[in-house]
Each structure stands twice: as C-alpha cells, then as structure tokens.
Design a protein around this ligand. Structure first.
Ligand SMILES: C[S@@+](CC[C@H](N)C(=O)[O-])C[C@H]1O[C@@H](n2cnc3c(N)ncnc32)[C@H](O)[C@@H]1O
Length: 243
C-alpha cells in the first residue's frame, strides 16, 4: 500500500464515520465542523481586512466541507490536498483546486512559493506518521502576513473508544498513528511559533453518551459540542518580523 513516499492512510472502501452512523448525526457533525472553521475564517477576514484569503484543507475526504465552505466564502481561494486518487479526481471533475499529495512534508509539496492564510483539516493529522513534523511543515507555508492552522476532531492516544472502534471495524491499520498523538507534544510544537494557540480535548468521554443532546445543541446552534473526545489543535501566527 505504499505509494511513492507516503503510506496511504485510508481506504477507498472503508467508511470513516466512526461512531456516527446515522444521517442526521453525520449532518450535525458536519454542521459543527463548518461552524468551527467559519468562525476562524470570519476572524481572519476581519483581522486582515480582506476576503480573498487563501485557504487549504488537508485530507478533504469526500470534499463536502471544502465544497460547503467554498460556497459560503466565494471570494476566498480554496485548495485541497488528499492522498487518495479517487477523492482528488472527483473534486477536480467538479472544478475544485484539489491535488494529490505523496508526502507528509507539506512544505516540500508547496515548494513553488504558494502560501496560505488558513489551513485546516478534520481527523487527518492523526493519520500522519509524524504528526508534529507534518504540522511544522504546514506552519512553514503559512502566509508571512500571519495566519491560522486548525485541526479538528483529531483522535489521540487516550481516545480508547475510537481505538476500540477502529479495531472492531478493521481500520486500525489506518488509525494506528493515533498512538503518537499527544496533546502536550502539540503544545510543545506550537509554542515554538506563537503564544496564541491551544490544543484541547473537545469533550469528556461520558459526554459521548449524550449524542442526542449534542445533536439538538448543534441544530439550535447553541454551542459547538462535538460528539466525541477529539482533540482540537489551533494556532494563530502574527506577521513575521521584517515582512
Ligand atoms: C478520517 S478521514 C477524514 C476525512 C474528512 N476530513 C472528513 O472529516 O470527513 C482522513 C482523511 O485524511 C486523508 N489523509 C491521510 N493522510 C493524509 C496526508 N498525509 N495528506 C493528506 N490527506 C491525508 C485520508 O485519505 C482521509 O480521506
């Protein structure tokens, strides 16, 4: 399953819906995701005073987040990267700027000088063989004017329910890198670049049992209440000195 420089960390045939099995739960999850990233985009538009931001989604999967966010932020330029060929082909056919990556060193992939104001992803950093180096390689391609990286719904080494689920579902081969995901190591990495960051668990495990409650909250947009104990990693960088 190795493809040039990267192990393809996903399968074309296996579902990644994790514990969320029904359609309405899936829609709610997506709504929460979109809301979280929209808040970040809105804040960056305000901070930079322009709407034509350059935005990168890492591991866009079936592309539904990227499509929805492109519809909302029409002046922004969205780019997506994925390790799976079919996902890329489908999005390219629809006219999106989506590209196949064959490395986890993203600064090498974008060595043509492209820079991004915002980079985000959902449940993707935990697939990387070295999540911290991958995150740093993304930080290198942030716009020198400043920008944001945000990774949402990341599984982590203490996320026992997700591990159990992946084992029973037969997807552990794609999830095994979650054992490398430590909140403290993300903090250690982000601290090198900014003081405006966080890496926090979304929920306590017992909250997972209140999925229906979460779904009502999401529908009413009362709050951002993710469904499981994922990790959200966020960092905002200021303009680099001398730029
Ligand atoms: C759990 S799925 C999440 C998909 C989508 N973000 C979502 O939330 O529906 C993880 C995705 O990351 C992609 N992926 C894994 N390693 C990657 C890498 N090094 N670069 C880009 N995408 C990657 C996989 O192909 C898969 O589509």
């Amino acid at each position: 399953m190795g493809k040039n420089n990267v192990d393809v960390q996903a399968s074309e045939v296996v579902s990644y819906d994790s514990l969320l099995q029904n359609k309405s739960m899936h829609q709610n999850k997506e709504q929460c995701d979109i809301q979280q990233v929209s808040e970040i985009i809105d804040a960056e538009i305000k901070r930079k005073g322009r709407e034509n931001l350059s935005i990168l989604e890492v591991g866009f999967g079936n592309g539904s987040h990227l499509r929805k966010l492109s519809d909302i932020y029409k002046d922004a330029k969205f780019t997506g990267i994925e390790v799976r060929v079919k996902q890329v082909e489908d999005m390219v056919t629809l006219g999106y700027d989506c590209r196949l990556v064959e490395t986890e060193k993203f600064d090498e992939f974008f060595d043509n000088g492209e820079k991004f104001d915002i980079m985000y992803g959902f449940s993707v950093i935990h697939h990387m063989s070295d999540p911290y180096k991958s995150l740093e390689s993304l930080i290198k391609i942030l716009n020198p004017e400043g920008g944001v990286v945000a990774f949402i719904r990341e599984h982590h080494r203490y996320d026992l329910l997700s591990h159990l689920y992946a084992i029973t579902k037969g997807t552990w081969v794609y999830e095994k890198n979650t054992l490398k995901v430590k909140r403290k190591s993300f903090i250690h990495t982000l601290k090198k670049y900014t003081s405006d960051y966080y890496a926090r668990y979304d929920n306590s495990p017992p909250a997972m049992y209140f999925k229906r409650f979460n779904s009502i909250q999401c529908k009413l947009r009362l709050n951002r209440v993710p469904f499981w104990n994922g990790l959200t990693i966020y960092a905002k960088m200021e303009q680099k000195d001398g730029d």
